[in-house]
Design a protein around this ligand. Structure first.
Ligand SMILES: Cc1ncc(COP(=O)(O)O)c(C=O)c1O
Length: 455
């Protein structure tokens, strides 16, 4: 009897040589980012203090394909192409007729999809004479990825790590330090903004919004430093499309096409990375897919936020971007999916949600960890808390297929492993994990927060 194929592996020479730029295929133009001070559309000069020029050019490019530089391809080859798996054992445990596939990004050196953009950001910075990068990290995955990329290209890396994660995940900090980065809990006393936050609340648990403000302030106050970010911005989503492009080739190897595509969404980069190359086919007149972004109930920007201009950070230093937001002052409960604790969403993902091209679902963390545990017990890989949200949606869809007698092909992004998240799994296993609902009053308060900003 033939053994059923489980992994769909591409050779290195089939690694995509260009990123896919969805801006070339969008039916409507995205609203421009605005200068946080003047409210006017920002130009390259506004972004130049923060980012290398090559990345700024990518943000404004309408070219469908943007070539991946050779040194980036060589670094990608350390872990790319990443495998696509058919989840035979999960399917059996659910007794579902659905076919479930997962793209596994946890095999990268730092354990998630984040190096896909950390590597080019570090490369372009080095090319333009930058010697130091500052950034924020929520779960520690992004900080680890940038620390790794900084080591590859000989750059110093300074990471402001959200206090809640800094306390929950000492091993992530040690990994970053091993790569050579300097890690500070945020809010910190090292920036003026951090000191202001600590003055009002010395026990502040931090948020991505606050840590981003500290990272930006650090970049503009230190010579030779640029700011790097792990999500939200268009060029980050662009770099992640290498994931989806590989899956198009790998699903061909499997002889199937997905009906449903699922990714978790914090700022939207792994979700976009998987789904945009598929959506590009739809936007160019091809078949459509049901594309679902999974987010936490405790930070439900896509499902319960408003779609309008807001700041990407708490100190109002980042550009104003049109997105689904819970308000830049939103401080999420300390759920364990640290990478999903963000008040906003990538403008490109928000636009597609607004246009009805994609949908979103919010999931509680207990249900997510239940899905993650089931996955570990069937497929063996321990997922990071973030993709367990996607997994919970996948399981819902697989069970729906069983109930309705359909046979959908489901593809999802297992965008990181959870080896540094064992405290969270322990809390789930011992019944100590709580669910947090985002209260309706806070949606109202978030709206008030935005009064006076452009719509
Ligand atoms: C493993 C993992 N998944 C998902 C996310 C959320 O980010 P994004 O929505 O940009 O993929 C993070 C962010 O830190 C992460 O570490």
């Amino acid at each position: 009897m033939a053994v059923k194929q489980t992994k769909f592996i591409l050779p290195e020479d089939r690694m995509p040589r260009a990123w896919y730029n969805i801006a070339a295929d969008l039916p409507v133009s995205p609203a421009p980012p605005l200068n946080p001070g003047t409210g006017q559309p920002i130009g390259p000069d506004d972004l130049a203090p923060l980012f290398p020029m090559e990345l700024i050019k990518q943000v404004v490019s309408k070219d469908r394909e943007i070539e991946i530089p050779e040194p980036v391809l060589e670094a990608y080859a350390l872990y790319r192409p990443s495998p696509l798996y058919r989840a035979h054992r999960l399917e059996r445990s659910l007794d579902t007729p659905a076919h479930i596939y997962y793209k596994y990004e946890g095999g990268s050196p730092s354990g998630s999809h984040k190096p896909n953009t950390a590597i080019p950001q570090a490369f372009y910075s080095r090319e333009e004479g930058v010697t130091r990068l500052s950034t924020e990290t929520g779960a520690g995955q992004w900080g680890s990825a940038l620390a790794f990329a900084g080591a590859l290209f000989g750059l110093e890396v300074k990471v402001y790590m959200v206090r809640a994660s800094y306390d929950q995940k000492p091993y992530r900090r040690i990994l970053m330090e091993t790569y050579g980065a300097q890690v500070t809990p945020s809010p910190s006393s090292e920036t003026e903004y951090g000191r202001r936050v600590l003055a009002t609340d010395p026990d502040h648990t931090g948020s991505l919004g606050v840590a981003i403000s500290e990272g930006i302030e650090d970049a503009v106050t230190h010579p030779g430093t640029k700011y790097s970010l792990g999500s939200v911005f268009d060029f980050v989503l662009l770099h992640q499309t290498v994931i989806g492009q590989e899956t198009i080739l790998q699903m061909e190897l499997a002889g199937e096409e997905p009906d449903i595509i699922v990714g978790c969404a914090g700022g939207g980069s792994n979700f976009a990375g998987l789904s945009f190359p598929w959506l590009g086919r739809t936007l160019r007149g091809g078949r459509s897919y049901q594309v679902i972004a999974a987010e936490p109930e405790a930070a439900p920007s896509l499902t319960r936020g408003v779609y309008r201009y807001d700041f990407g950070d708490t100190a109002r230093m980042a550009p104003l971007i049109k997105m689904h937001t819970l308000g830049h002052d939103f401080i999420p409960e300390p759920i364990h999916a640290g990478g999903l604790r963000y008040h906003g969403m990538a403008p490109l993902v928000s636009l597609l949600k607004e246009q009805g091209v994609i949908e979103a679902r919010a999931v509680h963390q207990r249900k997510s960890f239940e899905a993650g545990t089931r996955f570990a017990r069937t497929e063996g890989i321990l997922p990071a808390p973030e993709p367990t949200h996607a997994l919970a949606v996948v399981i819902d869809e697989a069970l729906r297929a069983k109930a309705e007698g359909t046979r959908p092909v489901i593809l999802f992004n297992l965008c990181g492993h959870g080896h540094f998240d064992l405290t969270a799994y322990e809390r789930y296993l011992t019944g100590a994990l709580e669910d947090f609902e985002y209260p309706a009053e806070r949606v109202e308060a978030a709206l008030a927060d935005l009064a006076g900003l452009p719509v």
